[in-house]
Design a protein around this ligand. Structure first.
Ligand code: MRU
Length: 345
């Protein structure tokens, strides 16, 4: 099954909090349930939460009792604002909501009954395009991987963070499918452990050889010359090429520079936020201290300790070798080259 899909008037998704121990499909029949699934990280990863939000708007449309367009748009605005409050960092969420609302605004004159189907079609388009984009990104990025390479990745930027295939892990999957003999190092990605739980699960499913490490082992691995390149995903990229991704990404980029390991970011064009000058302007989500003080519900730190738990960090563009997108590989100078690629997309 895909990470998320629409079936019989409901949104079905893999509950990622249960993996890898349990593979459980849940469904949402209201936009509030979709918002809850995003907030609680039953679904997570930048492109996946964008698609979830789009399906949330479709659910809101079908449940609307409005009899005029004016009433309908009010219901849609309410749902959009509700969904927008779920997570602040990944721009794909806002990008998808905006795309849905733009369509609803353009189709003012369409009969409401028909409009609801058009809204669902648009959400389905976003989901279908996500897979196509990831596959295109995979082909672009695979050119950077040589036979015999060892690749380090962080967090989960695979099929589970998207509708299918993945971004950073999608590049790795494509290289493997092309027959390249590769090895992947997966860091566990404290505190939520997306690497250990999700990326390790996906690589096991796809039979791609990998080794799991804790986050603090990455430097030693690079020092020992065991990593040829690093590929990570992104939650938001500013127009100057600064990258916001899962906490720990910045540390990896600095270690990569020190050890002369190329550091690549794979992300769809929809992850680039052209309205922001630099990474400094990207809101960084801070999450429940319990994610740090507890593991699998078990307390590991003294009760009541002070905790700092940012879910993401900023990697300055200088540490990024290139950004892999579905439209091509963007190299420095980022400001100029990002603009060129975005304008032709
Ligand atoms: O907090 P999460 O699990 O939603 O964070 C996900 C990441 O940081 C991913 O690496 C990022 O979304 C890129 S995914 C295609």
């Amino acid at each position: 099954m895909k990470t998320i899909e629409w079936k019989d008037g409901k949104v079905f998704l893999i509950d990622q909090r249960k993996l890898p121990l349990k593979y459980k499909i849940i469904n949402c029949s209201t936009y509030q349930e979709v918002a809850e699934a995003i907030k609680k990280m039953k679904i997570r990863g930048a492109p996946a939460i964008g698609v979830a939000a789009a399906f949330g708007i479709a659910l809101a449309a079908y449940s609307s009792k409005a009899s005029t367009y004016g009433e309908f748009i009010q219901d849609m605005e309410k749902a959009k604002n509700y969904l927008a409050l779920t997570r602040p960092t990944a721009v794909n969420l806002f990008w998808a909501l905006e795309r849905m609302m733009n369509l609803i605004n353009i189709k003012k004159d369409v009969d409401l009954f028909k409009l609801k189907d058009i809204i669902l079609q648009e959400a389905e388009n976003i989901a279908r395009e996500d897979i196509e984009i990831n596959k295109a990104m995979g082909e672009q990025g695979s050119s950077l991987i040589k036979d015999g390479d060892s690749i380090l990745t962080h967090c989960n930027a695979g099929a589970l963070a998207t509708v299918d295939h993945g971004t950073a892990l999608g590049v790795i999957r494509t290289a493997f499918k092309e027959g390249k003999k590769i090895h992947v190092y997966v860091d566990e990605t404290r505190p939520v452990l997306q690497g250990a739980r999700l990326t390790a699960w996906e690589l096991t499913q796809k039979k791609i050889p990998f080794t799991l490490i804790t986050d603090n082992m990455a430097g030693f691995l690079m020092y020992q010359k065991k990593v040829n390149l690093i590929i990570v995903g992104a939650d938001r990229i500013a127009r100057n090429g600064d990258v916001v991704n899962k906490i720990g990404t910045y540390s990896l980029s600095v270690l990569a520079r020190e050890n002369k390991v190329p550091f690549y970011v794979a992300a769809p064009i929809s992850t680039i936020d052209m309205s922001l000058k630099s990474g400094e302007e990207i809101p960084i989500e801070e999450r429940d201290p319990k994610e740090v003080t507890h593991i699998s519900g078990k307390q590991i730190a003294p009760a009541g300790v002070k905790v700092f738990n940012p879910a993401f960090d900023i990697t300055p563009n200088g540490y990024v070798e290139a950004i892999i997108t579905e439209k091509g590989i963007i190299r420095k100078p980022f400001e100029k080259n990002i603009k060129l690629v975005v304008n032709t997309a």
